[in-house]
Ligand binder design. Structure first.
Ligand code: GAR
Length: 186
């Protein structure tokens, strides 16, 4: 059994989907949901699913070992980022080398990097008249959105696409593929 910790900063719809996917798995178990945002809906969702939560600040993530300690206490093997908006400090990247995975709502390296998250990504894609977008699932290294890509899936961007309609298309792909790719990667 491999223990998963999910890091999320917002709504946590992917986090919830991943928790449900692995609920009766014999290989993976979500043991912890971590967030840097005390108002994040993901914390309520995790509590409802009776999964332990851990709240930390950007400062404590970067300057202390509280996050590492909470991961160690629950023997966490894999960190799954699901809408987590802070950069993972290099200390944590090397502790969990090739064991941290991220989901990004565009075809990286396009529309990646700082500030590129959630609806902002889709607004840029639509604004630039791209004909396709998609999702990227990648391992996390020391730089934003540039670790080894393990999976990409493309969707067409239609003539009258809006950021909101593109978000809905992309979300469907995220819910369908992220849990499966976690399973086959680790
Ligand atoms: C997802 O679309 C995910 O791809 C994106 O945040 C959203 C989280 O939604 N991640 C990034 O933009 C990372 N740079 P959720 O909180 O409803 O799961």
């Amino acid at each position: 059994m491999q223990n998963i910790a999910i890091f999320a900063s917002g709504n946590g719809t992917n986090a919830e989907n991943i928790c449900n996917h692995f609920f009766s798995s014999k290989k993976f178990r979500v043991v912890l949901v971590c967030s840097n945002n005390k108002r994040a809906l993901v914390l309520k969702k995790a509590a409802k699913l009776q999964i332990e939560t851990f709240l930390f600040t950007k400062h404590s993530l970067e300057n202390s070992f509280v996050v590492e300690e909470s991961l160690e206490n629950l023997s966490v093997d894999i960190i799954v980022l699901a809408g987590f908006l802070l950069k993972i400090p290099s200390r944590l990247v090397s502790l969990y080398r090739n064991k941290i995975i991220n989901l990004h709502p565009s075809l990286l390296p396009k529309y990646g990097g700082k500030g590129m998250y959630g609806i902002n990504v889709h607004r840029e894609v639509v604004k630039n008249g791209e004909r396709e977008s998609g999702i990227t699932i990648h391992l996390v290294n020391e730089a934003y959105d540039s670790g080894k890509v393990v999976y990409q899936k493309t969707v067409p961007v239609s003539e009258n696409e809006t950021a909101e309609s593109l978000l809905a298309k992309i979300q469907k792909l995220e819910y369908l593929y992220y849990p499966k790719i976690i399973e086959t990667t680790f």
